[in-house]
Design a protein around this ligand. Structure first.
Ligand code: SF4
Length: 326
């Protein structure tokens, strides 16, 4: 691991300034992804700004939304009464992620900002446009079993690994950030970006911007919800495909639906057309299968991930069935 400076400010403004004025500085909170990346030489910050002393752990209901501090631990959020009652989909997604030990260390902000687990990204001897722009994409013609079927470019076909982000995308969350130019909020759908010509940029955050909280609006998705994750072992594995599904039902009739997929794109993949298709339909397997067909339009596989073209629609159907039966 390279040598680095380490500071632990107690003021948010001090922390932001420290990162904003130094392109080789980065925030650290739980460190569950960053420390791995540093050990492997994938990220080599010269200054770590530890934000764990900042007062950003609160979880509270304000006006019409649940506000979750960026330093709240994943395990704390998943088990919090307000989250379990108001947003059980979020609790399910969090509990599907990583392992109990990691959920006790990882923070909300860090969960959103974790990097892809593409093996080429983690091996500094191999080409990877995300790690080293212009070096090529090893996965394009290489091992691409875990990779994207939507929204990729010829520069990068990686997927975003966060389970929590899939649920937050489905729930129309907002991300609150503070930076050198002040505070702003970002619709969750606009936080993560597609790779395009600049796969080294995972998000739309500006240099020095710090996520301070996530707000999840109140809604009708408190009962008929399911986070359905297909993976290679029962825990501590990233999604091959995951689906966050939430239904608002009037009897058997679908009044509203929310759907997002993980493991299929460079960002959580919201299925807006499929949601629209479900409105007014009966909550039956036939309706769910039609919605899955709508959701899969435009999907394209690579040499080793063709199985996702079948797995993804089947997972959508299964998630909707599980949600409807909740
Ligand atoms: Fe790198 Fe993206 Fe290609 Fe993976 S898919 S090797 S992260 S450029």
């Amino acid at each position: 691991m390279n040598q680095f400076q380490y500071v632990r400010p107690t003021q948010q403004r001090t922390a932001i300034t420290a990162v904003a004025k130094d392109p080789n500085a980065t925030f650290i909170a739980g460190g569950t992804n960053l420390v791995d990346l540093m050990k492997r030489g994938v990220m080599t910050p010269q200054k770590l700004v530890d934000i764990n002393r900042l007062p950003l752990t609160k979880i509270e209901h304000q006006k019409n939304s649940l506000r979750i501090g960026a330093l709240a631990l994943n395990a704390t959020v998943a088990n919090h009464q307000l989250v379990r009652e108001r947003h059980p989909l979020l609790a399910q997604a969090l509990n599907a992620g990583a392992s109990a030990q990691l959920r006790n260390m990882a923070t909300v902000g860090g969960n959103l900002l974790q990097r892809t687990r593409c093996p080429y990204f983690y091996d500094v001897t191999l080409p990877c446009n995300k790690r080293q722009p212009g070096s090529g994409c090893g996965a394009l013609e290489g091992i691409n079993r875990m990779h994207a079927i939507f929204g990729f470019s010829d520069k990068c076909i990686a997927v975003h690994p966060s389970d929590m982000s899939v649920a937050l995308a489905a729930l129309d969350a907002t991300v609150l950030v503070s930076g050198p130019k002040g505070d702003r909020s970002i619709a969750f759908a606009d936080l993560h970006r597609l790779p395009g010509d600049a796969p080294e940029k995972d998000t739309t955050l500006e240099p020095g911007e710090l996520i301070t909280a996530v707000e999840v609006p109140d809604g009708h998705f408190t009962r008929y919800v399911s986070y359905y994750k297909v993976r290679e072992r029962a825990s501590y594995a990233f999604a091959l495909v995951s689906v966050a599904a939430a239904l608002d039902l009037d009897g058997d009739n679908i009044v509203a639906a929310r759907l997002a997929m993980g493991g299929v794109a460079h960002k959580p993949w919201r299925l807006a057309a499929a949601e629209q298709h479900l409105i007014g339909k009966p909550a039956t397997e036939a309706s769910f299968r039609q919605a899955a067909d709508v959701a899969m339009q435009g999907a394209k596989a690579f040499k080793h991930n063709e199985y996702k073209l079948k797995l993804a629609p089947n997972t959508i159907v299964q998630a909707l069935k599980t949600a409807a039966a909740a």
